[in-house]
Design a protein around this ligand. Structure first.
Ligand SMILES: O=C(O)c1ccccc1N[C@@H]1O[C@H](COP(=O)(O)O)[C@@H](O)[C@H]1O
Length: 217
């Protein structure tokens, strides 16, 4: 199971994510996010982790000029499009950079899964997140979980990361219910908005390991 720790901003917490066994490191380029990093800073952090985990650029409705800057400074392995990007925009981004794209979709009920259809064969992976609460400035990173049972009937051929409000306290339930192909989290390993905590990251990975052992036994 892939695990992405998102919204990393420091070498110490990148190291904690790698030590825990993260497969993906997320760097956030949404200017209003408390997890925002400059493309140059993300490039430095990502470079230090090269070969150990995939670097993911988290982007919200960015134009080509900003994407060019991010791709050039960070050399990501994957682009996570977390805004209102259409299937046509996803296809154009893939073609421009030759990089895999993970498309985030907000989910709260089974009908929301119908939005997957137009992205099939275009997006390489999906990220299912909770819908942001009314008034939130952030399309993701709100620390809110959705009803994961919505995904229980999802076609097993759909590759995705489960996201939204995950942390050490509930990841075991998620693994037991869905055994998802991937898990993504941000605020669940923070001591304050945008401040990742190496101890909470370690606790999270311990909880994942315990849940997976239990599932195998
Ligand atoms: O984290 C943010 O600030 C953010 C801003 C804009 C788009 C996406 C963002 N985060 C993504 O949302 C998931 C879930 O966050 P959380 O675990 O509920 O806090 C996060 O992992 C990012 O992929």
């Amino acid at each position: 199971m892939d695990i992405k720790i998102c919204g990393l901003k420091t070498a110490e917490t990148v190291a904690a994510a790698l030590d825990g066994g993260a497969s993906h490191l997320g760097f956030n380029f949404f200017a209003r996010s408390p997890r925002y990093v400059t493309p140059e800073a993300a490039g430095g952090l990502r470079h230090a982790a090269r070969g150990r985990a995939e670097g993911v650029a988290v982007i919200v409705d960015a134009d080509d000029a900003f994407l060019d800057e991010i791709v050039s400074a960070m050399s990501p392995d994957m682009l996570q499009l977390h805004g209102r990007e259409t299937p046509e925009r996803v296809a154009a981004v893939k073609q421009r950079y030759g990089l895999p794209v993970m498309k985030a979709l907000a989910v709260s009920e089974p009908a929301d899964l119908e939005r997957i259809g137009p992205y099939l064969g275009v997006a390489d992976r999906f990220l299912f997140d909770a819908k942001p609460p009314k008034g939130s400035e952030l399309p993701g990173g709100n620390g809110l979980a959705f009803d994961w049972r919505v995904l229980a009937e999802l076609d097993r051929g759909v590759d995705y990361m489960l996201s939204g409000g995950l942390g050490a306290a509930n990841v075991g339930d998620a693994v037991r219910l869905l055994d998802p192909p991937g898990i993504d989290l941000s605020s669940g390993v923070e001591s304050a908005p945008g401040v990742k905590d190496a101890g909470l990251i370690a606790e999270f990975f311990a909880a994942v390991a315990a849940a997976r052992t239990e599932r195998i036994a």
